[in-house]
Design a protein around this ligand. Structure first.
Ligand code: UDP
Length: 314
């Protein structure tokens, strides 16, 4: 049995994926430069004999032998993080994909790219199917991430067509759950912490924009299933939970779980903030025999518990 490389393995989805693979008895090499990932996310895995952590930035080549699979999850994914150093975000998306595809080619490893619903930009088609080419502003504040991820998809397909590299592309929609960074400015972490502290909820725009939220365990299941499909399955495959909520509905849900009357502080909607987002997951259902199983209420309860524990240990 060869090793599995997880880049961005100390990040939110990455650390949940590493944990699952280690539990399955796989040999996991977790690569992370800790720019947005956190070592604490994988600290408890460090004692496991089948887990190795390597501090490495994928903008530089990484050499390794005996790899069967590569999950490329390395990239800051929340808007405030990826916009903080946008040039680095573009470099990570492109150079990271380039170096890892080279590694996959040389070692004959399968490689899965964590792409994103952001490739659809502010979509004009609803829900979004994989065949939709998207509505992306190429020069906006989000473009370092959106265009970076689009270019990575393009590069993946060129390595597939030119070099027969076994590629898998997952378009990941909004995901939440334990392991989320409390300070990454995402809507679920922001709202939970604001309600826990008794603060007003920061609502950007009028709160009628929508998102669909997938619990991280469901996402990890899907990623592993996709990686283990045969060579003919390249994707791109939408992965997410198609149940759609407005941000106002989401805030109400968090308030009701915590039994708190919520109040809002309305703020300007960030530039290019998509008005709606919801995956069509027909392809994933057919090809992976997968669908999300965790309801938002249960997922939010678990996430709230995680954040409460995190705060207690501080
Ligand atoms: N949002 C909000 N208040 C916050 C954080 C986010 O109203 O404190 C909104 C944000 O403008 C967007 C939605 O929630 O419309 C989801 O934002 P997030 O950053 O979680 O993800 P993304 O925009 O990348 O889907």
């Amino acid at each position: 049995m060869g090793k599995i490389l997880v880049t961005g393995g100390a990040g939110f989805i990455g650390s949940n994926l590493c944990e699952r693979l280690v539990t399955y008895g796989q040999k996991v090499v977790c690569l992370d430069d800790l720019s947005s990932g956190k070592k604490i996310n994988v600290q408890y895995l460090m004692e496991k004999p089948n887990f190795e952590f390597v501090n490495h930035d994928i903008c530089f080549p990484y050499h390794c032998e005996g790899i069967d699979q590569i999950y490329n999850l390395a990239c800051p994914a929340s808007p405030i993080f990826y916009q903080d150093d946008p040039i680095q975000t573009s470099k990570t998306s492109f150079l990271g994909a380039f170096h890892l595809l080279g590694l996959a080619k040389r070692t004959c490893a399968k490689i899965l790219q964590a792409s994103t619903s952001e490739v659809y930009g502010d979509p004009l088609i609803h829900p979004q199917k994989e065949g939709y080419f998207g509505n992306v502003n190429p020069i906006g504040l989000r473009s370092c991430y959106d265009e970076g991820k689009r270019l990575a998809e393009s590069l993946f397909f060129d390595y597939y067509r030119k070099h027969d590299v076994q590629i898998k592309i997952a378009r990941i929609f909004n995901t939440y759950g334990p392991g989320m960074d409390e300070s990454d400015g995402r809507v679920i972490s922001n709202f939970i912490f604001q309600v826990l502290r008794g603060d007003s909820i920061t609502m950007y725009g009028d709160g009628r924009q929508t998102r669909s939220f997938c619990y991280v365990d469901d996402m990890v299941n899907a990623l592993i299933l996709l990686m283990n499909t045969d060579h003919s399955v390249t994707g791109p495959v939408n992965l997410g939970n198609p149940v759609e909520y407005s941000m106002l509905e989401l805030a109400q849900k968090i308030g009701s779980i915590l039994g708190v009357e919520i109040s809002f502080e309305f703020k300007r909607l960030p530039e290019d903030d998509p008005k709606q987002r919801k995956p069509d997951i027909t392809f994933a259902k057919n090809i992976l025999k997968w669908k999300p199983t965790v309801q938002i209420h249960d997922g939010l309860e678990k996430t709230i518990e995680y954040f409460k524990c995190l705060n207690k240990t501080k």
